[in-house]
Write a protein that binds this ligand. Structure first.
Ligand SMILES: Nc1nc2c(ncn2[C@@H]2O[C@H](COP(=O)(O)OP(=O)(O)OP(=O)(O)O)[C@@H](O)[C@H]2O)c(=O)[nH]1
Ligand SMILES: [Mg+2]
Length: 213
């Protein structure tokens, strides 16, 4: 059984323009599989990456909307018994849905993401994150519709599970999960990057994708 090798995560580059992204896709990315974390700004993409890949892999921001670039890392899965390794891309995508973003920032995000989803290799798994307290926000639904057009493999992860306190909130999440399963065929993962809840299942899912793509 392979595990993420937390000692072997390397930051490669941040790509803020289509030119830089094109260069990575054409000259560097090769046919290596990978995983991309995407979701609203502040949903905890960088925090979840750190929880899975090692504490200081990605920058966690106090102010939302900080990650504006496509941050690319190389990562590794390693078999604990045989030592056999598989390399893969780890990608922290810039968040959407930040209320204070200016029109020009939103336009730039759209252009960069359109290019990325159209041209990046098809063996990148999209890990689409939502806030467990508000799993059904309009910007998340819009993004999901948008992603559908590109026919990319994706999985939904609800983060900040630790923030659900009341029975009402928990029942709401359960209802959302069941409806989601009806609509999309799979239940979302429910995790807390901060409390490290339920990360093992998600890690297994990631490794499975890497091994089969
Ligand atoms: N309570 C709680 N807080 C979390 C969790 N995950 C992240 N946070 C907090 O949420 C804030 C945003 O986290 P980031 O990981 O920077 O979010 P991001 O999605 O990368 O944000 P951008 O890069 O701005 O798009 C930080 O203050 C984190 O500490 C979680 O599971 N539980
Ligand atoms: Mg971030």
């Amino acid at each position: 059984m392979k595990r993420i090798n937390r000692q072997e995560v390397r930051f490669l580059k941040g790509m803020a323009t289509i030119e830089q992204t094109k260069k990575w896709i054409n000259d560097e990315c090769d046919s290596m599989p990978g995983v991309c974390f995407i979701g609203r700004s502040n949903v905890g993409k960088s925090s979840l990456i750190n929880a899975l890949f090692g504490n200081s892999t990605a920058k966690v921001s106090q102010t939302p909307g900080k990650t504006r670039e496509i941050n690319v890392f190389s990562a590794q899965a390693r078999d604990v018994d045989s030592g056999d390794v598989s390399s893969f891309w780890l990608i922290d995508l810039p968040g959407y849905g930040y209320a204070k973003a200016s029109k020009s920032v939103i336009k730039k995000w759209q252009e960069l993401m359109n290019f990325f989803f159209e041209n990046a290799p098809k063996n990148l798994l999209m890990i689409s994150m939502r806030d467990a307290r508000h799993p059904d926000q309009e910007s998340d639904r819009i993004f999901m519709e948008y992603l559908k057009e590109y026919e990319r493999p994706f999985v939904t992860v609800l983060n900040k599970l630790d923030k659900l306190k009341t029975q009402k909130e928990k029942a709401g999440l359960k209802k959302f999960s069941e409806k989601f399963k009806e609509d999309f065929g799979t239940k979302p993962f429910k995790v807390s990057a901060q409390r490290r809840d339920n990360l093992q299942n998600l890690e297994n899912y990631i490794i499975d994708h890497i091994e089969n793509n």
